[in-house]
Ligand binder design. Structure first.
Ligand code: F6P
Length: 324
């Protein structure tokens, strides 16, 4: 099986980016180990503090964030990091070429039930003019990402990554500690009969999204003319991984319980990297109104509605938004 390094070289990835990715993955392997220790290492459960998003932090959120911050900031390749768990951008090496954003542990409410969780990351070039702790340098649209992906801590530890030459899946071989290519150039099937949407929120959505869902639930009796199945992992990494592997549509729409929030998911830490992976695998990625990758960020912790997955199903969903 091909090693990660070989695939990155074949995809013409610059040496410094390869070195950065390897450093990032060293951190993820450490997180994978900590996660696998679970109750034996006392890492489950919550802390007594909330993060910048106002969410109660899990112990593993804090541990994963610290591991990533320490390893990346000492690497020499990174000018600044931005984390979902940190209020402010953290300046690293002045002549570092890259900026990296990450969600250290997506789906962390799953830690206590031994279910899927993962680390999501997005890499961009660092502008030369920036001071290392200047957040405005991060405010680039997702089209500027040079690499993005996630590491999924599941029955196996897997990496899904793109550097703009297709989306590849790798599996961590724990016997020698390297990621091996296990699926090259993933292609998400254009059509699907499976959705991943938290339908318990349906009554709070915009009418167009409610209508779309009602039509999916109507199955072969409704306008879509086919029966759909539902899956929900409650960790975006888990749901997106399934969609990449076998198709589907994943959505977290805007809802009116907190109308001032554009959505639940974060543009820089979740939506952009997943949209890059999805588009590179032939899938679609929209906010309902525009391509996710073209959203111009105004804030590093900005939220957006997301609709991602099988291209024809995303298109079908977007039809309901037309004229809205
Ligand atoms: O980051 C937020 C997140 O945990 C995502 O990973 C996941 O898709 C979603 O929230 C789950 O939301 P809910 O609480 O509605 O199941």
């Amino acid at each position: 099986m091909k090693r990660l390094n070989t695939q990155l070289q074949e995809d013409d990835c610059p040496l410094e980016l390869i070195l950065l990715i390897r450093t990032l993955l060293a951190a993820c392997k450490e997180i994978s180990f900590r996660v696998s220790q679970g109750a034996l290492a006392g890492v489950l459960g919550s802390t007594l503090s909330d993060n910048v998003q106002g969410e109660r932090q899990k112990k593993l959120d804090v541990i994963s964030n610290q591991i990533l911050k320490d390893i990346l900031s000492e690497s020499g390749y990174v000018k600044a990091v931005s984390s979902e768990e940190e209020d402010k951008v953290i300046g690293c090496t002045n002549d570092g070429k890259y900026l990296i954003s990450f969600d250290p542990l997506d789906g962390s409410s799953n830690t206590d039930i031994n279910s899927l969780i993962g680390t999501i990351f997005s890499v961009m070039h660092a502008p030369q003019w920036m001071e290392p702790d200047d957040p405005s340098a991060f405010l680039q649209p997702g089209t500027q990402q040079v690499a993005a992906g996630y590491v999924l801590y599941g029955p196996s530890t897997m990496l899904a990554m793109t550097t703009g030459r297709g989306t590849h899946l790798y599996t961590l071989d724990k016997t020698h500690g390297g990621f091996l290519l296990t699926r090259e150039r993933v292609q998400v099937p254009r059509e699907t009969q499976e959705f991943a949407i938290n339908t318990s929120n349906q009554r709070h959505w915009e009418p167009c999204m409610q209508k779309y869902m009602a039509d999916l639930l109507a199955g072969d009796q409704g306008p879509r003319g086919k029966n759909y199945n539902m899956r929900w992992v409650a960790a975006m990494v888990g749901d997106i991984h399934r969609v990449l592997c076998r198709g589907g549509i994943f959505a977290y729409p805007w809802d009116n319980r907190e109308p001032e929030k554009a959505g639940k998911l974060r543009l820089m830490y979740e939506a952009n990297p997943m949209a890059f992976l999805m588009e590179q695998a032939g899938g679609g990625a929209s906010t309902g109104k525009m391509r996710i990758l073209e959203v111009m960020p105004e804030d590093i912790h900005q939220r957006v509605p997301v609709i991602l997955g099988s291209a024809d199903e995303v298109e079908a969903c977007l039809e309901y938004f037309k004229g809205n």
